[in-house]
Design a binder for this molecule. Structure first.
Ligand SMILES: C[C@H](O)[C@H](O)[C@H]1CNC2=NC(N)=NC(=O)C2=N1
Length: 124
């Protein structure tokens, strides 16, 4: 099985790009530990939440993720709510659903060392 985190995202502007099926997404999800598949109004997305130590640690987390996103030219939706709850959603806007790019980005985010930013309790 190819390691998703060693792959590169491809540009999302190709006319032939299609969202993957729910079944294909369910087959890939075990490769991105901690991420859930969610269906928001018919659009499948990857979703993961963390509790951070402080508001500014949340912004630091965003910056680490932003650096990965910029390197891949593939960008997540960032949420920081209730001062210490970070949720990241990943989907491919151009196709209105999931592509392998989303799983690659999630796998690369999973490769970041975030421990110093997270609350010790319920840091998952
Ligand atoms: C050409 C380039 O890949 C596109 O403009 C990218 C930029 N980042 C993106 N990120 C995400 N998540 N979805 C997109 O469709 C998208 N489009």
């Amino acid at each position: 099985m190819d390691d998703l985190s060693s792959k590169k995202c491809v540009p999302c502007n190709s006319k032939d790009m299609q969202p993957m099926t729910e079944q294909a997404a369910n087959e890939l999800i075990p490769q991105v530990a901690g991420w859930s598949l969610v269906n928001e109004g018919g659009i499948f997305k990857l979703n993961r939440s963390w509790k951070v130590k402080s508001f500014t640690k949340g912004l630091e987390l965003f910056k680490l993720i932003a650096d990965v996103a910029e390197a891949e030219a593939h960008h997540p939706d960032l949420h920081l709510v209730g001062w210490n709850n970070v949720t990241i959603e990943i989907w491919t806007h151009a196709v209105g659903g999931l592509t392998e790019n989303d799983f690659i980005l999630a796998a690369k985010i999973n490769g970041l060392d975030l421990q110093h930013l997270l609350r010790r309790k319920a840091a998952a």
